[in-house]
Design a protein. Structure first.
Length: 325
């Protein structure tokens, strides 16, 4: 990352008055945490802030407690023309889905992200694959700009940090992430509420769905692959929703002797969302990219047009091509 990327980003924010903010499709803890955290910071700076997610209907219930959620607009309500558009945790324009035209139409587009495959689509790119999370980058940006950080904003950013690092266990956890966590705690992040709401408030429906998916887990030992799946029928029968299932794959990933975990989730339109996680130094980013998606070495994903069986076969083939097994 360019040494002056933070300075350029501070300048872009300070010069804009009408600011739009967004994050990616299938929103996760870091996408939402960085979006709401920066929303609150910019509101406190006196900006006219319009924030929206491209798929508000997919907002995971475990993040409903976050402060600033009432500041979210419907994507259709964002102004066509902003001084500044900030894309958070998006590795490429597709991740903004229908909001890309507004991002493109803004005077300045600021891209804040930590994906190694970021396509540097902004006018200003604050992109650091060494950062644990986009929330960490938003925190560092706020320090660089000397902007006030309320306990509410700190709560949002800590949520992004704790979820993207898998509660400080994944390999993106290092001195930097831990230092930022400490500073966010000092700024008043509500750690007790975050662990309760994000990790200890799951619905009975999702608990049962998790049981089904874990019971079905299979291992392909030659590939070091552990996988399972969730169908629309499972969702109907248990009453769970897909956005609730964000951490299901973390349970699959704990199986000893495996290197890659895959969870296949059937979407309403029949396509399959595939989440990949790696362990013990394996990399899943290249496999996800080869199959039309993207992500990090340790956590990546893509969408498959094949059925469940076909998607599994295609993944096995891609893992072999990428040198797994
Ligand atoms: P998840 O499995 O939680 O949906 O995604 C894991 C990681 O992979 C996230 O960092 C997410 O940004 C990235 N990712 C998931 N699906 C896609 C995709 O279709 N395209 C790209 N570029 N990244 C993805
Ligand atoms: Mn992230």
């Amino acid at each position: 990352m360019q040494g002056d990327a933070f300075e350029a980003a501070v300048k872009a924010v300070e010069e804009g008055f009408v600011v739009c903010l967004s994050s990616h499709v299938n929103p996760d803890g870091d996408g939402i945490g960085s979006l709401l955290g920066l929303t609150l910071i910019l509101r406190a700076l006196g900006k006219e802030v319009h924030s929206a997610l491209p798929q508000p209907e997919k907002f995971p219930p475990q993040y409903l407690f976050l402060p600033g959620r009432d500041c979210l607009f419907h994507p259709e309500e964002l102004p066509d023309k902003a001084d500044l558009f900030v894309a958070l945790d998006c590795s490429n324009p597709d991740r903004l889905d229908g909001l890309w035209s507004r991002a493109e139409g803004a005077d300045v587009l600021l891209n804040v992200d930590h994906h190694e495959d970021n396509s540097l689509f902004g006018d200003v790119n604050l992109v650091d694959p060494g950062a644990s999370s986009t929330s960490e980058l938003v925190y560092r940006l706020s320090r660089k700009g000397n902007w006030d950080l309320t306990p509410e904003a700190a709560t949002c950013l800590y949520t992004g940090l704790v979820t993207d690092t898998g509660r400080f266990q994944h390999r993106n956890t290092g001195p930097g992430a831990l230092a930022v966590a400490s500073e966010l705690a000092a700024a008043g992040a509500d750690l007790a509420a975050i662990s309760r709401e994000v990790y200890e408030s799951q619905s009975l429906s999702y608990t049962r769905l998790m049981g089904r998916a874990l019971e079905r887990a299979e291992v392909l030992p030659d590939l070091g692959l552990v996988y399972s799946y969730v169908t629309q029928r499972d969702l109907r029968e248990t009453g769970a929703s897909l956005p609730e299932t964000e951490d299901l794959i973390d349970h699959l990933r704990t199986v000893r002797g495996t290197k890659v975990a895959a969870l296949f989730k059937e979407l309403e339109d029949g396509r399959i969302r595939v989440s990949l996680r790696s362990r013990d130094g394996a990399e899943v980013g290249p496999v996800a990219r080869a199959l039309g998606g993207g992500g990090h070495a340790g956590a990546a994903g893509y969408t498959s047009d094949l059925d469940l069986e076909g998607s599994l076969a295609r993944l096995v083939e891609a893992l072999r091509e990428a040198g797994h097994g």
